[in-house]
Design a protein around this ligand. Structure first.
Ligand code: ATP
Length: 715
């Protein structure tokens, strides 16, 4: 891994896009005052994530953007991109090159990119910590900051040393573990809080569940009671139904045959009625005929009488008696007495003749009438006989009907008797029907209240008392018992299954939280373990690192000062926390406040001088001490590159030479970028970049030779 190039665009005086390639161990940047050399050192500091505007010689982000000049317009955005070769994958990224870029806009917004992908500043810091570059930027010594290490407080010094020793990566890991631990502890607290919140709810639900369990126990009892009750009721109802059917069967059968018989009799009576009617009509017809014949008989008798009168009158006529008469005796047809009739056949006048004819006629008519009468009498006799016969028949039939009527009355009486019996049976049947109905309703209700299993009562074995013979009160007592349990169940309220579900879910959640807390505690413990291991590692490597630095420090110090002693010592003190919340730079020692922290003190003694302490050193001595320390640190854990901005400014010729030698030995391990006016230093560089600034206030860069560089510096 090595630094390949830096590219500036719009950054401070570098208005145009400018690139510097670093393909040699030592690169020197030279140029007249104010040409923009320090701007390059600052561009390094900035792109690597510097947040302090003070160390960038600005007040706000805008100050870093080219501000315009006569002829060149101001820019709105500045960017710096630094590119590393990463073939050895030191960055832990699977790229051959790693580029880090930072952009700033006039509104102060900053953006960071890693291989052109936008990232957070934190990501940049973490990445750089892998190549021992930390936020303290101990490897970038700005102009006038040669004695920066000396001027820093003991805690900043510690940070710089930690950065330099490559402990920053462990610090990040430790901080990361700390962050995870905080998060884990927060999660533990949160889970514990939820558990605490759940506890009363669980308690409440438990009570509910206990209530449900009690209700379930009652329900089980209820089911058993129901099985007994329902089985008995079913047997009882079946038996009652059979009995009532039997009771109903006899009378009902008899009733139906009585009704059939009654029907038959009533039909018979009605048929008889119509038959009688016919006979009566015939009887009346006979009577009419008899009357008619009798009338005719009377009429004929009267006619015969009249004819007899006429005959008698004719016989007694004198005219008929003058003529010799032959007396003849005849029997009178009407009176039956013997009468004498004389007929004169000698002398007959017309008159007599006529009278005789009339008489004869009358006699003839009389004979005819008598014959008719006899016929009529015969007819009358036969009709009278038929009438009598019919009357006898009618009377006999009437007698027969009277028997049927009597039977009908008897049957009706029996029917009424049966109907009243059946009425009583019906009342009983209705009672059973009612009970059957109640039974059905009970089944539905029982299934709702105690569950469908209650309906599986048919297999229940009844141990005592036959349901068909036991007193009904026993079953009613069972019914009351069931009702009592039902009421108790209702009183317990309808705590649904969802409560049990909720209870189980809550318990499960609580157990889950309990396990999660245990897991979190395990991971917190392992994080603490990791942190302790990291702290131990940092501590160990820090102490060892200080020892190694001290060796080099002593050696460089002796080289530069020709003797004396120099060493870093570890001190543990508390920081003073000022009222404004910021950390005080120097007045940090206050045992009363804060956690004790480690810091670094510097102890030097100059050769041949008795005085001790940094405060008494001259400016040059401070620079030399700083350089000795910087080089010592860089020697122990060489940074990938080191930027020294006029660190050699205060050195005299002899020290400049020594300095030159020292940077050459340092360049074996770190790339050096040196901004200098020092001829000796320039002489050691492999590449020289000259920076110039024209009238337009824009810095430009040119690769130059050593001789040109000297000229450039003199100008
Ligand atoms: P010296 O050798 O004296 O230390 P230098 O070469 O290091 O000088 P720098 O300090 O890098 O010079 O550059 C300072 C120059 O950069 C000044 O001319 C200053 O005006 C210019 N400059 C600083 N900020 C901006 C800016 N935002 N826009 C334009 N120019 C700027």
């Amino acid at each position: 891994m090595y630094l390949k190039q830096i590219e500036l665009s719009g950054f401070k005086s570098f208005a145009k896009k400018t690139s510097l390639l670093f393909d040699s161990p030592i690169t020197a940047i030279v140029g007249p005052n104010g040409s923009g050399k320090s701007n390059i050192a600052e561009s390094f500091r900035w792109v690597l994530g510097e947040q302090s505007m003070k160390s960038l010689r600005g007040r706000r982000g805008e100050d870093l953007i080219f501000n315009g000049s006569v002829g060149v317009a101001k820019m709105n955005h500045a960017s710096v991109t630094i590119t590393f070769d990463n073939k050895d994958k030191k960055f832990g990224l699977d790229f051959d090159e790693v580029s880090i870029a930072r952009h700033v806009y006039r509104d102060g917004q900053n953006e960071y990119y890693l291989n052109n992908s936008r990232v957070r500043l934190k990501d940049i810091f973490e990445l750089l910590s892998k190549i021992s570059i930390g936020a303290s930027s101990h490897h970038i010594i700005s102009q006038g900051e040669a004695d920066r290490f000396l001027n820093s407080n003991i805690f900043d010094r510690r940070e710089m040393v930690e950065d330099a020793l490559g402990l920053r990566v462990y610090q990040y890991k430790k901080a990361e573990s700390e962050r995870k631990l905080d998060k884990t502890e927060e999660n533990i607290k949160e889970a514990e809080m939820i558990r605490r919140e759940l506890a009363p709810h669980i308690k409440f639900l438990k009570k509910q569940v206990e209530q449900i369990e009690k209700a379930q126990e009652l329900k089980r009892n209820l089911v058993t009671l129901y099985h007994d009750y329902l089985k008995r009721e079913e047997i009882y109802l079946k038996d009652a139904r059979e009995k009532i059917n039997k009771e109903k069967g006899g009378p009902a059968g008899e009733l139906s045959s009585i009704e059939a018989e009654l029907g038959r009799i009533s039909k018979e009576l009605s048929d008889a009625g119509s038959a009688d009617e016919g006979k009566l009509t015939s009887l009346r017809e006979l009577e009419r005929k008899i009357n008619e014949i009798r009338f005719k008989i009377d009429d004929t008798s009267r006619q015969i009488g009249r004819l007899e009168g006429r005959i008698e009158a004719g016989l007694s006529n004198p005219f008929l008696s003058q003529a010799p008469t032959i007396e003849k005796e005849r029997v009178c047809p009407t009176c039956g007495q013997s009468i004498k009739i004389g007929v004169d056949t000698s002398v007959e006048s017309d008159f007599v003749k006529r009278k005789k004819s009339e008489l004869e006629e009358n006699k003839k008519q009389k004979t005819e009438a008598e014959s008719l009468l006899s016929k009529l009498r015969q007819e009358e006799m036969s009709l009278t006989a038929a009438h009598s016969q019919l009357k006898v028949e009618i009377d006999a039939h009437k007698d027969g009907l009277r028997d049927s009527e009597r039977k009908m009355f008897e049957l009706r009486a029996r029917k009424n008797e049966l109907l009243s019996k059946l009425g009583f049976v019906k009342i009983q049947e209705e009672k059973i029907l009612h009970e059957e109905d109640d039974f059905k309703k009970e089944l539905t209700e029982a299934a709702i209240l105690a569950g469908r299993e209650v309906l599986n009562y048919s297999g229940f074995v009844i141990e005592l008392d036959d349901p068909t013979t036991e007193p009904r009160e026993a079953q009613e007592e069972r019914r009351r018992k069931i009702e009592r349990i039902k009421i108790r169940l209702e009183d317990m309220g309808s705590i649904g299954d969802e409560v049990v579900k909720e209870y189980n879910e809550t318990i499960e959640r609580d157990k889950f939280l309990e396990k999660e807390i245990a897991d979190l505690q395990t991971s917190a413990a392992s994080l603490r373990e990791v942190m302790k291991e990291l702290a131990d590692k940092i501590e160990k490597e820090f102490v060892v690192g200080i020892e190694r630095i001290n060796k080099q420090f002593q050696a460089f110090f002796e080289t530069l000062f020709g003797g004396g002693t120099a060493a870093l010592t570890i001190v543990t003190v508390s920081r003073k926390k000022p009222a404004d919340g910021s950390m005080e730079d120097e007045g940090f020692i206050d045992e009363e406040e804060g956690e004790p922290e480690r810091g670094i003190d510097i102890n030097v003694t100059l050769p041949k001088k008795k005085i001790r302490g940094l405060q008494v050193l001259s400016g040059g001595e401070r620079s030399l001490t700083s350089i000795a320390l910087l080089f010592a640190i860089s020697q122990v854990n060489p940074p990938p590159f080191l930027i020294l901005d006029e660190t050699d400014a205060a050195l005299d010729e002899s020290n400049s030479r020594k300095y030159g030698e020292m940077i050459q030995s340092l360049a074996k391990y770190s790339q050096l970028l040196i901004i200098t006016h020092n001829r000796e230093t320039m002489n050691r560089a492999d590449i020289l970049y000259g920076i110039t600034m024209g009238a337009d206030g824009v810095s430009r860069i040119l690769s130059i030779k050593f001789e040109e560089a000297q000229g450039l510096v003199k100008n």
